[in-house]
Design a protein around this ligand. Structure first.
Ligand SMILES: [Fe+2]
Length: 337
């Protein structure tokens, strides 16, 4: 357990000219987040949450856990059937998130305040088990930030942080491969590009990647210097004490999440298989836990709102209806289009 700490100002760093009170971050964790833009919280997910949601994973995707010849896709994104409040899912990670964003009162009270079972599964492949070619991280395809539902500006907080349970991460001058164990949580600054790594072990590597949304943009001009860690990361990377001249160049906008298109298209088929599995055990449909069985209720409406499904589809970009693949390695000297 971490104990409450106060990090005192570094005399050379104007951004740290004020002391900050962190209740759940150690000085080492503060420094790590400031310099790397991410933080690992080992074993932060409650075991019961993992067990409960993983037990019907194979039913949902219709693959045989013990027969890899049935693993038809290397990479799958699933929709969300169940949710719990973020602080209940991984309490210690939530406490550190609150410290990083500068207080719980900055967090949007609705958007993504629940975490769910929208798993992303990287199965690897038989070919990759014998692959020995090594490439540079910068030659990897698929680097991105998670911003498929809003117009991104320097101070945007639609995705203030990406929360990953088991993954591989990096930053632009410095590339870091992160391995994680079951139950670990990785907290990433929302502007930190990341990508998947190849799964050479050919097993079901499962993560979920919810986000932390704030109700207001970041403030990159605080005369009192009381910047949150999220703000400090940006300022440090810009080499600035403040960015008083920053103004969004266009209207701020948000839409229905573009990538929810192909994920939600799977929900009804998954639900049918979950119901069939229950019936095969002599159980009633009502024993199946899925929000999609409660459409038309207040609870479903709240679920829709929390996940941005009440918003309009972006007329310009529409919805992505094709599952994207795991990013490929592009050998140096070969350009990708
Ligand atoms: Fe991502």
């Amino acid at each position: 357990m971490s104990s409450p700490v106060t990090t005192e100002a570094s005399h050379n760093d104007p951004l740290m000219s004020k002391s900050h009170n962190y209740k759940h971050l150690t000085p080492e964790e503060v420094e790590h987040f400031l310099t790397k833009g991410w933080l690992r919280v080992p074993g932060a997910i409650k075991e019961e949450n993992i067990d409960k949601w993983m037990q019907d994973l194979w039913t949902r995707i219709d693959y045989d856990e013990h027969d890899k010849s049935t693993w038809h896709s290397e990479y799958l994104h699933l929709p969300r059937h169940r949710e719990v409040p973020a602080e209940e899912f991984a309490p210690e990670a939530w406490n550190k998130i609150v410290d990083i964003v500068g207080g719980e009162d900055r967090i949007d009270p609705v958007r993504e305040r629940y975490y769910g079972d929208a798993f992303i599964i990287n199965f690897g492949s038989e070919d990759k088990t014998t692959q020995t070619v090594e490439y540079r991280p910068q030659d990897k395809d698929g680097w991105h930030t998670d911003d498929d539902w809003y117009r991104l500006f320097l101070d945007s907080t639609g995705n203030a942080m990406t929360v990953i349970h088991c993954a591989h991460v990096k930053d632009c001058k410095q590339f870091t491969t992160v391995t994680a164990k079951r139950g670990d949580v990785l907290l990433l600054h929302g502007l930190l590009p990341h990508t998947t790594s190849a799964n050479h072990l050919h097993y079901a590597r499962v993560i979920s990647n919810p986000h932390v949304s704030l109700h207001s943009p970041l403030n990159l001009n605080r005369p009192d210097g009381n910047y949150s860690l999220l703000e400090q990361v940006i300022l440090r990377n810009l080499g600035r004490d403040a960015v008083p001249e920053f103004q969004p160049t266009r209207e701020r906008k948000s839409w229905y999440p573009r990538n929810a298109g192909f994920k939600r298209a799977k929900a009804q088929d998954e639900l049918k298989r979950m119901i069939a599995a229950a019936k095969s055990k002599g159980l009633d449909e009502s024993t199946v836990d899925s929000i999609y069985l409660r459409q038309g209720t207040k609870e479903f409406e709240e679920f829709e709102r929390r996940n941005g499904f009440d918003k309009d589809i972006n007329a310009e970009t529409g919805l992505v209806m094709v599952q994207h693949t795991v990013g490929e390695w592009v050998p140096a000297g070969v350009s990708s289009t």
